[in-house]
Design a protein around this ligand. Structure first.
Ligand SMILES: [Zn+2]
Ligand SMILES: [Zn+2]
Length: 332
């Protein structure tokens, strides 16, 4: 099959590799689309500390089951599925306490085992979510990012009719803004330094969109940091009202730090929360996509064949796109 292989930081090429075969408890999925996200850029750049090269990236696939392991039931060939990439051991202390996303042996399809920037990907059947005949397939490529956003909002638990600010108008910021609005939280303001992103965000979300100056001095009860930038974290914390909540959703560099005022956290009774990847949020994400496909599906803005992965990554880095996909069926 054709697959995008990462041989080391920055060393990426579409190549021919062996077709995967299913493990006894897994299936092989023919990938219809697989998203590119900010985490993939970090992976490609080699700044996640991953050294499991060569690696086929890609953790946001959906597609069709084409081969089934001998112990798998319920996912016959032809079933359309979205894939939760999370791999939890189920045995370590965090897993046993119900925090599988904190698994001491945490892994993910497309990070610690071969992923889905490929024609086919082998995944455990336990990670599959069926997309039935009535599912709006235009929204299917967003299952994984929406599952991350649903997990984040589960952590934040914002109240309806209260204002929210989201820092970062990338794909995740837009999804979070749309889901906040769908829950009746608002008004929602999206903040981004990039004018191209702001223009796309205004068109696709209906939220108020501004540069950071537009929220300077504003304080709201619900704030989400979805950039990973330490300076945005500082600006986001400045934006939290008394007794307010900040969700740290963006992926900062592991060594990055940002100054905070302990006095303010004390005196203003601030709550600062983290949200890492997906935890039991995939079923809710599939349901959310079904109900809000009209608003979410337009976030898929670009599709590239596997051979054009370099152009696809360049577009993602430019900010002139929302969700860019690699689509093996486009050939090339
Ligand atoms: Zn992702
Ligand atoms: Zn574990």
């Amino acid at each position: 099959m054709r697959a995008v292989v990462l041989d080391g930081p920055g060393q990426l090429a579409a190549e021919r590799v062996d077709d995967p075969t299913p493990t006894p408890d897994g299936v092989v999925v023919a990938v219809r689309d697989c998203g590119i996200c900010g985490t993939d850029l970090h992976l490609v750049d080699g700044d996640l500390g991953t050294d499991r090269f060569p690696l086929v990236p890609g953790h946001e696939p959906w597609g069709e089951v084409v081969a089934v392991g001998r112990d798998v039931t319920g996912y016959p060939v032809g079933t359309l599925v979205a894939v939760d990439p999370s791999l939890h051991c189920g045995r370590c202390d965090p897993c046993r306490r119900g925090h599988g996303n904190m698994c001491l042996a945490w892994g993910a399809v497309g990070a610690t085992r071969p992923g889905a920037w490929a024609e086919y990907t082998a995944v455990p059947a336990a990670n599959l979510y069926r997309l039935d005949e009535s599912f709006p397939l235009a929204a299917a490529p967003l299952a994984e990012p929406v599952a991350c956003a649903v997990r984040g909002l589960h952590r934040l638990a914002p109240r309806p009719d209260e204002p929210a600010v989201v820092f970062g108008a990338g794909t995740m910021g837009l999804i979070l803004a749309i889901l906040l609005d769908a829950r009746g939280v608002g008004p929602v303001t999206l903040v981004d330094t990039n004018p191209a992103r702001r223009e796309l965000a205004a068109r696709l979300t209906g939220a108020r969109v501004t540069d950071p100056d537009g929220v300077a001095g504003h304080r709201v009860p619900w704030v989400i940091e979805a950039t990973g930038s330490p300076s945005a974290f500082t600006a986001a914390l400045d934006c939290v009202a008394r007794a307010g909540h900040l969700l740290v959703f963006g992926v900062a560099a592991p060594e990055a730090t940002a100054g905070v005022s302990p006095y303010r956290i004390y005196a203003d009774e601030l709550t600062i929360l983290g949200s890492m990847a997906i935890l039991r949020s995939f079923p809710a994400a599939v349901d959310t996509l079904r109900r809000h496909a009209d608003r979410l599906a337009p976030l898929v803005t670009d599709r590239f064949p596997l051979a054009d992965v370099a152009a696809a990554l360049a577009l993602v880095r430019s900010g002139r796109t929302v969700k860019t996909l690699l689509t093996p069926g486009l050939g090339g």
